[in-house]
Design a protein. Structure first.
Length: 310
């Protein structure tokens, strides 16, 4: 699904003089999740080691010289296929190859403390390395990568555009739903042997929270995910609207059928009111960057029939 016109313009525009402004001899210090890193000028050869960093690099107008394998849809997520065509891969996000990274001769590596804390020192010996705390913090990833890549102006513009879209959605939702707003929401990931409830601290959960959706009182607080292993927990999932996604796998489909045929599931308000909706697994869970978040927002505008001023 297409981004807003403003997002496309920001993505594809030529980097301004301000965005590329440091002279090659100038240095700056980036404070990040695993310390401080000094970077000279504007890096030209960046390796990105998690999906949100792949996404964010492209959003900032930078094509990495190396990326990690996608979790689904092949080597890259389909929405990044064109932008990452021909870019070498350095292995899994959870186990990148240090040898392959070194062979690419990067002048900057973007890592995540969540994935790469134990190999940070080795990465830093290859090239200056900036570590983001998690793999799904959209604004922090955008901020740190904007600083590291010397594209802070573009990073701020991307975040401003996204924030304006968030505000537009909230305003239209209040006008459309009136006293029913905010709607309560649950976001589920169906697995082969359990169901995951994604909360405010998750990638998509943070976007839903910013959009103004409410969380049912039964939802756990101060965490990003809650694992449900027994069907007796189904009432915890109830909300005005339930979004779900799952892998296209026979075992997952069987588990989905088992859960949705249970009497407790069929007693859910969202089930009875036909407010149970399947959503894109990549955009709502795996992408982790500003472009994926914009795609998620595109789908929400369309789903609720809200019109966005472009």
């Amino acid at each position: 699904m297409a981004l807003s016109a403003a997002s496309i313009l920001l993505w594809s525009s030529v980097v301004s003089a301000k965005e590329s402004g440091l002279a090659s001899t100038d240095t700056r210090t980036i404070h990040h999740a695993q310390g401080e890193t000094r970077i000279a000028g504007t890096p030209k050869r960046v390796v990105t080691l998690f999906q949100g960093a792949n996404d964010t690099a492209i959003a900032l107008g930078v094509t990495p010289v190396g990326v990690v394998d996608a979790w689904a849809e092949g080597a890259n997520y389909h929405y990044l296929d064109d932008a990452l065509s021909g870019v070498p891969h350095v292995g899994l996000e959870t186990q990148p190859s240090l040898e392959m990274i070194a062979l690419l001769e990067p002048d900057l590596i973007i890592s995540s403390r969540r994935r790469h804390e134990k190999i940070y020192s080795q990465l830093s010996q290859i090239a200056p390395t900036v570590s983001v705390p998690t793999v799904f913090d959209i604004p922090k990833t955008l901020e740190l990568m904007g600083q590291a890549l010397n594209r802070e102006h573009r990073a701020r513009a991307l975040w401003t555009d996204f924030s304006q879209r968030i505000t537009a959605f909230r305003q239209q939702a209040r006008e459309t739903f009136g006293e029913q707003w905010p709607l309560s929401v649950s976001l589920l990931n169906i697995r082969a042997d359990h169901v995951r409830l994604y909360l405010d601290g998750s990638y998509a959960g943070s976007v839903l929270n910013d959009l103004g959706f409410a969380r049912p009182a039964a939802h756990p607080r101060n965490q990003w995910m809650f694992k449900l292993t027994t069907k007796e927990s189904i009432p915890v999932l109830d909300a005005d609207v339930v979004f779900y996604f799952m892998e296209d796998d026979p075992a997952v489909r069987d588990n989905f059928k088992a859960w949705t045929s249970h009497p407790l599931w069929q007693n859910l308000n969202a089930f009875r009111e036909h407010h149970l909706y399947s959503v894109d697994r990549v955009d709502w869970s795996l992408a982790g960057g500003i472009l994926g978040a914009n795609r998620m927002l595109d789908q929400l505008f369309e789903h609720f029939g809200l019109e966005e001023n472009t």
